[in-house]
Design a protein around this ligand. Sequence first.
Ligand code: THU
Length: 130
Amino acid sequence: MSLKAAAAAVRENAHAPYSNFKVGAAIRSASGQIYVGCNVENVAYPEGTCAEAGAIAAMVAAGEKELAEVYVIADCPSPITPCGGCRQKIKEFGTGDVKVIMATTDGAEQETTIGDLLPGAFDTDHMERS
Ligand code: THU
Protein backbone atom coordinates (compact mmCIF):
# COMPACT_ATOMS: atom_id res chain seq x y z
CA MET A 1 0.00 0.00 0.00
CA SER A 2 1.25 3.53 -0.77
CA LEU A 3 1.82 6.08 1.99
CA LYS A 4 -0.99 8.13 0.49
CA ALA A 5 -3.47 5.26 0.58
CA ALA A 6 -2.43 4.31 4.11
CA ALA A 7 -2.85 7.88 5.36
CA ALA A 8 -6.22 8.31 3.65
CA ALA A 9 -7.49 5.00 5.04
CA VAL A 10 -6.46 5.62 8.65
CA ARG A 11 -7.95 9.13 8.50
CA GLU A 12 -11.36 7.49 8.37
CA ASN A 13 -10.73 6.12 11.88
CA ALA A 14 -9.98 9.51 13.43
CA HIS A 15 -11.83 10.36 16.62
CA ALA A 16 -12.59 14.03 16.03
CA PRO A 17 -16.07 14.78 17.43
CA TYR A 18 -15.04 18.21 18.75
CA SER A 19 -13.25 19.72 15.76
CA ASN A 20 -14.86 17.54 13.08
CA PHE A 21 -11.45 17.71 11.45
CA LYS A 22 -10.12 14.25 10.67
CA VAL A 23 -6.42 13.85 10.01
CA GLY A 24 -4.51 10.81 8.79
CA ALA A 25 -0.75 10.29 8.85
CA ALA A 26 1.40 7.55 7.41
CA ILE A 27 5.13 7.34 7.91
CA ARG A 28 7.74 5.17 6.28
CA SER A 29 10.59 4.13 8.54
CA ALA A 30 14.15 3.48 7.43
CA SER A 31 13.35 -0.24 7.14
CA GLY A 32 10.55 0.53 4.65
CA GLN A 33 7.75 -0.38 7.03
CA ILE A 34 4.66 1.86 7.08
CA TYR A 35 3.09 3.04 10.35
CA VAL A 36 -0.17 4.97 10.56
CA GLY A 37 -1.93 7.27 12.98
CA CYS A 38 -5.03 9.45 13.20
CA ASN A 39 -6.00 12.26 15.53
CA VAL A 40 -7.67 11.14 18.74
CA GLU A 41 -9.52 13.96 20.46
CA ASN A 42 -10.77 14.03 24.04
CA VAL A 43 -13.55 15.85 25.83
CA ALA A 44 -10.74 17.37 27.92
CA TYR A 45 -9.46 19.14 24.81
CA PRO A 46 -5.72 19.39 25.61
CA GLU A 47 -5.59 15.60 25.99
CA GLY A 48 -6.21 15.08 22.28
CA THR A 49 -3.38 13.78 20.12
CA CYS A 50 -2.40 14.48 16.53
CA ALA A 51 -2.28 11.96 13.70
CA GLU A 52 1.48 12.35 13.31
CA ALA A 53 2.02 11.65 17.01
CA GLY A 54 0.03 8.42 16.73
CA ALA A 55 2.02 7.22 13.72
CA ILE A 56 5.33 8.02 15.40
CA ALA A 57 4.25 6.23 18.58
CA ALA A 58 3.38 3.14 16.53
CA MET A 59 6.81 3.20 14.87
CA VAL A 60 8.64 3.50 18.18
CA ALA A 61 6.48 0.82 19.79
CA ALA A 62 7.47 -1.50 16.95
CA GLY A 63 11.14 -0.93 17.77
CA GLU A 64 12.06 1.55 15.05
CA LYS A 65 13.51 5.02 15.51
CA GLU A 66 14.40 6.28 12.05
CA LEU A 67 11.93 8.09 9.83
CA ALA A 68 12.29 8.25 6.06
CA GLU A 69 9.07 9.88 4.84
CA VAL A 70 5.88 11.40 6.23
CA TYR A 71 2.47 11.80 4.54
CA VAL A 72 -0.33 13.82 6.18
CA ILE A 73 -3.83 14.27 4.78
CA ALA A 74 -7.00 16.11 5.77
CA ASP A 75 -10.08 17.65 4.18
CA CYS A 76 -8.92 21.25 3.90
CA PRO A 77 -8.68 23.99 1.27
CA SER A 78 -4.91 23.69 1.04
CA PRO A 79 -2.59 20.84 2.05
CA ILE A 80 -2.54 20.32 5.82
CA THR A 81 0.65 21.35 7.51
CA PRO A 82 1.90 19.58 10.65
CA CYS A 83 1.45 21.61 13.83
CA GLY A 84 4.51 22.97 15.62
CA GLY A 85 4.59 20.17 18.17
CA CYS A 86 4.42 17.51 15.47
CA ARG A 87 7.27 19.17 13.58
CA GLN A 88 9.41 18.73 16.67
CA LYS A 89 8.24 15.12 17.06
CA ILE A 90 9.09 14.33 13.42
CA LYS A 91 12.50 15.98 13.81
CA GLU A 92 13.28 13.76 16.81
CA PHE A 93 13.34 10.71 14.55
CA GLY A 94 14.75 12.02 11.30
CA THR A 95 17.41 14.14 9.71
CA GLY A 96 16.46 17.49 8.17
CA ASP A 97 16.00 15.97 4.72
CA VAL A 98 13.12 13.68 5.73
CA LYS A 99 10.44 14.22 3.11
CA VAL A 100 7.07 15.51 4.35
CA ILE A 101 4.14 15.35 1.93
CA MET A 102 1.13 17.42 2.90
CA ALA A 103 -2.15 16.67 1.18
CA THR A 104 -5.85 17.37 0.87
CA THR A 105 -8.52 14.76 0.34
CA ASP A 106 -9.21 16.50 -2.99
CA GLY A 107 -5.85 15.34 -4.28
CA ALA A 108 -3.65 18.42 -3.82
CA GLU A 109 -0.16 17.64 -2.56
CA GLN A 110 2.74 19.77 -1.42
CA GLU A 111 6.16 18.30 -0.74
CA THR A 112 8.72 19.71 1.68
CA THR A 113 11.25 18.52 4.26
CA ILE A 114 11.24 18.59 8.02
CA GLY A 115 14.31 20.85 7.84
CA ASP A 116 12.30 23.44 5.93
CA LEU A 117 9.28 23.06 8.23
CA LEU A 118 11.34 23.49 11.40
CA PRO A 119 14.41 25.62 10.77
CA GLY A 120 16.64 26.17 13.78
CA ALA A 121 15.21 23.16 15.58
CA PHE A 122 16.12 22.65 19.20
CA ASP A 123 18.32 19.58 19.51
CA THR A 124 20.95 17.95 21.71
CA ASP A 125 23.63 20.44 20.56
CA HIS A 126 21.85 23.06 22.63
CA MET A 127 22.31 20.95 25.76
CA GLU A 128 26.00 20.19 25.40
CA ARG A 129 26.95 22.21 28.52
CA SER A 130 24.51 20.30 30.68
N1 THU B 1 -4.28 17.81 13.91
C1 THU B 1 -3.50 16.74 13.56
O1 THU B 1 -3.85 15.59 13.85
N2 THU B 1 -2.35 16.98 12.90
C2 THU B 1 -1.92 18.21 12.51
O2 THU B 1 -0.85 18.32 11.95
C3 THU B 1 -2.74 19.40 12.77
C4 THU B 1 -3.91 19.19 13.64
C5 THU B 1 -5.55 17.56 14.60
C6 THU B 1 -5.56 17.93 16.05
C7 THU B 1 -7.04 18.14 16.30
O3 THU B 1 -7.63 16.89 16.59
C8 THU B 1 -7.57 18.62 14.96
O4 THU B 1 -6.57 18.30 14.00
C9 THU B 1 -7.87 20.11 14.90
O5 THU B 1 -6.78 20.85 15.34
